[in-house]
Design a protein around this ligand. Structure first.
Ligand code: PLP
Length: 392
């Protein structure tokens, strides 16, 4: 099928929920993808910050093929080796003591919200409220749009569940003013992705941790976008050294297969008991086998080191374009934002026409999030395209 034929089918049969570029991607290899008409693109979007290891990584393909030949799915009423291995790997490489597996970022956050509420309910002092930051993004389910600190995602879906309040990101006084005797948790992205590539300041995070400790509240990190090596360490919380009680993961964990995870320390995890939560596909044998391959590859093949190194290089190269419409370059690892002087949709489109896939968040911020295996040569090529577009 051609791009046009695929687009015509989608236009006829899908809900028109996404502003899609007029190309259908059919194949990928490393940081490159091809559309149905044979055009090649450099993928600096990683399919929405998902393909941490790039496309068609041989170790991922091997894990999929081997697991598919054995067993695809094991019910959670039985035990499964890939699930056990991935849980062990995640816990042994993080603060987490226990893991719940699910299928997406929103579901991981739902699980975190439920765990925090259950923990509060067991304290027995009426605490259930969760504070989240303005500009945050936590998902598209009813609870996670309520947690999301952006009015536009909630519009039209009222009534929303009670128990969520918002504070200005990076503003400790605002957070303190939002606290109430009913607050059980603060949920935060260590670096806001959808909110425009804005990092939480380390001193802000330290103070939030301190407040949580003083008041017996939980600190939840939404690492759906920042986890799995994206910021140059396996998890984003390692960047500031502030350790949360609960952490959620998805996107890069499966590098393209749908998997999410919610981790917690033992003290908090104890609030979930038999029957508290569940997911049919959560911990699926195929997705967990891929997760195991992803974690091993990130840790053992120098991928995280590459992310740190190439991330620095990418930011330096973008800084050099500051005279051309770029007002600010920020981010960490390979989650990099270039803030423009005006909305960036035209830059995204013109870049695509020249063979580069990027996107724009928070209207004006070009987001560069290539696979973590990206090379300096690929960065040179991508930045040259952006330079040409901005200069045009
Ligand atoms: C920080 C964060 N949390 C949650 C989500 C939702 O994840 P999903 O789309 O897999 O439900 C996203 C998606 O962009 C995200 O960036």
């Amino acid at each position: 099928m051609t791009n046009q034929e695929i687009i015509a089918l989608n236009d006829r049969f899908l809900f028109p929920l996404y502003a899609r570029a007029p190309i259908a991607l059919v194949r990928g290899e490393g940081c490159r993808v091809w559309d149905a008409d044979g055009a090649e693109y450099l993928d600096f979007f990683a399919s929405t910050v998902v393909t941490a290891l790039g496309h068609a990584h041989p170790k991922v393909t091997k894990a999929i093929v081997e697991q598919a030949a054995k067993i695809l799915h094991v019910s959670n009423l039985h035990h499964s080796e890939p699930q056990a291995h991935l849980a062990q790997l995640l816990c042994e490489n993080s603060f987490g003591d226990r893991v719940f597996f699910c299928n997406s970022g929103a579901e991981a956050n739902e699980a975190a919200i439920k765990l925090a509420r259950k923990y509060g309910s067991e304290l027995g002092d009426g605490r259930f409220e969760i504070l989240t930051a303005t500009g945050s993004f936590h998902g598209r389910t009813i609870a996670t749009i309520t947690a999301t600190g952006q009015e536009k995602v909630r519009r039209g879906f009222q009534p929303l569940p009670e128990g969520f309040r918002y504070f200005a990101y990076n503003d400790i006084a605002a957070l303190e003013a939002t606290l109430s005797p009913r607050t059980i948790a603060v949920m935060i992205e260590p670096l806001q992705g959808e909110g425009g590539i804005v990092a939480a300041r380390p001193e802000f995070l330290r103070r939030v941790r301190q407040l949580c400790d003083e008041r017996g509240m939980l600190l939840i990190y939404d690492e759906v976008q920042t986890g799995m090596g994206r910021l140059g360490s396996l998890f984003g919380y390692e960047r500031s050294g502030v350790v949360p009680d609960i952490m959620t993961l998805a996107k890069g964990l499966g590098t393209g297969v749908p998997i999410g995870a919610m981790l917690a320390n033992e003290r908090v995890a104890r609030a979930f008991t038999l029957g508290s939560h569940a997911s049919t596909f959560g911990g699926n044998a195929l997705t967990c086998a891929v997760g195991v391959a992803v974690v091993h590859t990130l840790l053992e093949d120098g991928v995280i080191e590459n992310c740190e190194k190439q991330g620095r290089y990418l930011r330096e190269k973008l800084q050099a374009l500051k005279s051309k419409r770029i007002r600010d370059v920020r981010g960490d690892g390979l989650l990099v934002g270039a803030e423009l002087d005006a909305p960036g949709g035209d830059v995204v489109e013109a870049s695509r026409k020249r063979g580069l896939l990027i996107n724009c968040t928070a209207e004006k911020v070009l987001r560069f999030a290539p696979p973590l295996i990206v090379s300096a040569v690929e960065i040179d090529k991508a930045v040259a395209i952006v330079a040409e577009v901005l200069g045009a």
